[in-house]
Design a protein around this ligand. Structure first.
Ligand SMILES: NC(=O)c1ccc[n+]([C@@H]2O[C@H](COP(=O)([O-])OP(=O)(O)OC[C@H]3O[C@@H](n4cnc5c(N)ncnc54)[C@H](O)[C@@H]3O)[C@@H](O)[C@H]2O)c1
Length: 336
């Protein structure tokens, strides 16, 4: 029986717990939330779970085998330090942390961590994104030229006082939302060379919180990646990614999966290859979040398996997000 300890019983703590309880030989065992009401509600939902009074207690408890960190981004470091002190397997929600100082402290620690360290880049567990990667690697669109990512949210309803609306705590759309897509662009294009960004960064004197970024990354082989992302109150909510090569283009959306466009512009919907997600647990339903946490559990049970996103992916995405944020803050192009 694999016993799970959860730090942060909010939205993602509940999302992962809801998927974990569907897995065989897994038990939700310990929880800590800074808000006792959240811990209490969690324990009512998942009877038998022990409420503990700190992240350290969850991590060091003999009732915790796998530590799941789902506290707010600016609290990840605190959870990670407690977790790494135990040597137990760790799954931490993305992004790794909030600031460069935190990244500099954490990067060498997670790189040399002897047990499992997995970061919550859930799109690595999406069949569509992995199909796109496979087709690019097989040369379907030839030499890569550029990409376009649109990650728009027109239904933003959070208010001032929420940690998500505090740029110093969440990093706004550049860190909170685009961490996933920064990871995917790194996966496709490799090492970034420079970045330029313009962003609102949740201006505090606005009546209602809003954020938007438009950013351009140049990768080391000259590929240009353009991304826009929003938290706005109006307009569409849609996410898409198009990667262009010399022999065609591939588009990936959550709704339509992967579409191939030949150089004449003709579109063909691509069927996802069976087994594209590799040695994941069979019969997992519930989408990429369910697949992700099931695979992390498999990695703990079978150390020969490696997470699809670990220390290097966590650090590389942080570098790109922090570069983007620095550019938006200073108005300068940031070189890597
Ligand atoms: N992978 C994804 O797609 C995805 C989606 C949403 C959020 N996230 C990430 O997950 C993390 C949590 O986001 P959320 O939406 O669940 O936020 P949330 O605000 O819903 O939940 C966070 C919980 O942590 C608690 N908390 C605050 N400080 C704490 C501390 N020091 N120790 C323990 N608990 C503490 C809060 O009381 C709250 O219950 C963030 O880093 C966020 O970026 C990832």
């Amino acid at each position: 029986m694999l016993k799970i300890g959860i730090i942060g019983a909010g939205r993602m703590g509940n999302a992962h717990a809801g998927n974990l309880v569907n897995l065989a030989d897994v038990k939700l065992s310990t929880v800590y939330d800074i808000d006792p009401e959240k811990s209490k509600a969690f324990a009512e939902k998942y009877p038998g779970i022990q409420i503990l009074s700190s992240a350290e207690e969850v991590c060091s408890s003999p009732e915790t085998d796998l530590i799941v960190i789902t506290s707010p981004t600016y609290c990840h470091k605190e959870g990670l330090l407690s977790a790494m002190a135990t040597g137990k397997p760790i799954f931490c929600e993305k992004p790794l942390c909030r600031t460069r100082k935190e990244l500099e402290e954490l990067a060498p620690m997670i790189r040399s961590y002897k047990n499992l360290f997995a970061i919550g880049f859930v799109r690595r567990y999406s069949a569509g994104a992995m199909q796109l990667r496979k087709m690019i690697n097989e040369g379907k669109i030839g030499k890569l030229i550029c990409s376009s990512v649109s990650c728009l949210f027109g239904g933003y309803s959070r208010l001032w006082g929420d940690w998500f609306t505090d740029y110093e705590k969440s990093g706004g759309v550049m860190l909170d939302m685009l961490a996933h897509h920064c990871d995917l662009q790194n996966m496709i294009f490799g090492k970034p060379e420079k970045i330029y960004a313009q962003a609102f960064r949740l201006p505090k004197n606005d009546e209602l919180p809003k954020d938007y970024v438009s950013t351009t990354i140049t990768y080391s082989d000259g590929c240009i990646c353009n991304m826009e992302c929003s938290w706005l109150r109006g307009g569409p909510s849609e996410t898409s990614m198009v990667v262009y090569g010399e022999k065609g283009a591939l588009k990936y959306t959550d709704a339509d999966g992967v579409i191939f466009y030949n150089i004449g512009g003709e579109a063909t919907k691509i069927d996802v290859d069976e087994g594209i997600l590799g040695p994941l647990q069979e019969n997992i339903s519930g989408g990429m979040y369910a697949t992700e946490i099931a695979y992390i559990v498999d990695c703990v049970k079978n150390p020969a398996l490696k997470p699809y996103a670990g220390a290097e992916e966590a650090i590389a995405a942080m570098e790109l997000c922090l570069g983007m944020m620095k550019s938006a803050e200073t108005g300068e192009v940031v070189k890597f």
